[in-house]
Design a protein around this ligand. Sequence first.
Ligand code: DI6
Ligand code: FE
Length: 415
Amino acid sequence: MTRQQQTPRSLWRNARLATLDPRHEAPYGALEGHALVVEDGRIVAVSPESDVDVARFDGEVVDAGGRWITPGFIDCHTHLVYGGNRAAEWEKRLKGVPYQQIAAEGGGIVSTVRATRALSAGALYDASLPRLRALMAEGVTTLESKSGYGLSLTEEIKQLQVSRRLGETLPVEIAPTLLSAHALPPEFAGDADGYIEHVCRDILPAVAEQGLAEAVDVFCESVGFSPAQTRRVFAAAAAHGLRVKGHVEQLSNLNGAALVAEFGGLSADHIEYLDEAGVAALKAAGTVAVLLPGAFYFLRETRKPPVELLRAAGVPMAVSTDLNPGTSPFASLRLTMNQACVLFGLTPEEALAGVTRHAAQALGRAGSHGRLAEGCVADLLLWDIQHPAEIVYGLGVNPLAERVFRGRRQHKENA
Ligand code: DI6
Ligand code: FE
């Protein structure tokens, strides 16, 4: 699949729009009897069909056959690019060995670092491609892709370059994030501060200089990096003009979310152990709460994120796969939405907002992505359903009828 040069105009009519735009008060921001006009890959109008002169429309007219259309889905937290898998480690965990112990014994993240370093850039691309295609087949049109399995200057750059190439060759947008502070590489065993120094002085500036990342993430956790180390990385990110986000409050409460908020961060992710003060900090900073129920489920965690507090405070909640080989090996955003409802108590409408409007905000794209609205990118999904909740409700049969990226209809084999 290569992107064509032409950017035709199109009119999408006879559809039911789930705009996910809060300006429309109906559930899901639904609009009946409205058409979408697309030009140059953007939505240029959302108008009542009665206002559109179909016969004189200068471009392709698509009859959606009464289908629902939603915005393209946004998976705002993924570790898409990695080598190998950790099925053997999972077998151990099922026998009762805890994740923390596996990590301490050199398994966990560091074993994926070995497998990722062992692959050439081409082989890493090939390994990541089926996962990306699986996400796209369920409607993902934008996703975040983190480094963090390289943990050295050249290996982090290799991972980020593979992310970039995936976005350049497939009809999908990739938002790259530098996560070099994910785990301690073997070269720095026993010297976490030394590694953080290397991240701040060498890796982060080089990645910023080459434009390979939009944001910087840190695994702030007892098995990751301390709040003091996280602060150093965030300060370096800010100095290089990069936004910050954090893996925080996943396994314990280190007040990492407040730290993300202090730096005006895009999102605080996981947040099972987030407390009231953390919720208030997110609210004050306009930081998105990203819920990752796949990891909660796969690790058989019992502590749930404070959804009621987040809801009451009006903190936007995004929902994402956390696709990674250790704690969430699921390339399915529909599974994730279902888990967010069943395990965390979100409504299907909140889950859909979590993979559209709120996920867009978590990637700094609130003005241009995640809604069917004038000015937004024309990333559209057409669904064979009677009601939007069906997208979240069942698995095994994919009701996605058509995927449109930047106004272009994707044939199933390319999508
Ligand atoms: N938290 C997670 O759940 C993943 N990374 C992180 O910081 C785990 C990644 C892995 O185990 O490979
Ligand atoms: Fe993660």
